[in-house]
Design a binder for this molecule. Structure first.
Ligand SMILES: [Zn+2]
Length: 137
């Protein structure tokens, strides 16, 4: 089986380039976030993962190899379970995890990411009727 590069695969670069072209700025493989997201918007707390169809068991292209089927089956389902675990960890940190399949159109993926980023980048509006607490020195 061909070895897959760990980071900076083709579709990931295309999506990053498209986001950058639109003026969005982000961290790449943020080391302090669960799962080291491929793209992370720290202000909006949006973590983007570009998932390989094989390794993350894409419903359209996630074909199991003929040899060692059961071994692959359990390996890939562990991958998927780990993905969901990281998503949950991000969620408790106030982040939202977005997964893009590597087979998806990079422009459409960038559209979805940009939309989410726009909806989350503003700080939440202050609740009406709540006055700031006086600061105790
Ligand atoms: Zn796929």
């Amino acid at each position: 089986m061909q070895r897959m590069p760990r980071a900076s695969t083709g579709p990931e670069i295309l999506i990053r380039r498209e986001l950058h072209r639109r003026g969005l700025r982000y961290r790449v493989n943020h080391p302090r976030l669960p799962g080291r997201p491929d793209i992370a918007f720290t202000g909006a707390r949006v973590a983007v993962f570009i998932d390989g169809c094989f390794w993350h068991a894409c419903p359209d292209h996630g074909v199991l190899p003929k040899n060692n089927r059961e071994w692959w089956q359990s390996k890939l389902s562990r991958n998927v379970a780990r993905d969901r675990e990281k998503d949950a960890q991000l969620d408790t940190m106030g982040w939202v995890a977005v997964h893009i399949w590597e087979h998806e159109d990079p422009t459409q993926a960038a559209d979805a990411i940009e939309q989410l980023w726009r909806s989350r980048r503003q700080p939440p509006p202050r609740r009406p009727g709540r006055t700031p607490q006086p600061r105790v020195v």
